[in-house]
Design a protein. Structure first.
Length: 137
């Protein structure tokens, strides 16, 4: 299993909307960055993802699970980009702010800090555990 972080602006798609999508989940689509799209292609069924609210909030707010591996993104007219389907697992009791993540020296290597515009990124297992501990799961 691999770990990921996916970003969404909460006024476009929020953790609450993801939760309402239920067991069938929702397409994680609209990604138009080639590196992020490559990351989507590397996701496997069963992988876990932190759900990050970008722009408004700038914090990890929940966890979702990949339930369908990549397929053509229906929102992409060009046919070059892909989507995956993710389903809500849980909301964090205590969201993890970007500010707190930046203060933790063990997380300074994360793409969230180094490539702040990247919307889909891998998270190594050690960092996954650190972030989970920060959220008091």
């Amino acid at each position: 299993m691999q770990y990921w972080l996916v970003k969404s602006e909460p006024d476009v798609w929020s953790i609450d909307q993801q939760k309402k999508a239920g067991k069938k989940g929702a397409a994680w689509d609209g990604v138009r960055n080639y590196q992020a799209a490559k990351n989507l292609k590397n996701m496997k069924k069963g992988d876990l993802c932190f759900f990050y609210h970008s722009n408004i909030g700038k914090e990890i707010v929940g966890i979702v699970k990949v339930i369908k591996e990549y397929y053509a993104d229906k929102t992409d007219q060009s046919g070059r980009f892909v989507a995956v389907t993710v389903k809500f697992l849980r909301k964090l009791d205590k969201p993890i702010t970007l500010e707190k993540i930046k203060k933790n020296k063990q997380l300074s290597h994360l793409s969230l800090i180094k490539q702040s515009r990247l919307s889909v990124m891998p998270i190594d297992s050690k960092s996954w555990k650190i972030l989970n501990n920060m959220s008091k799961i």
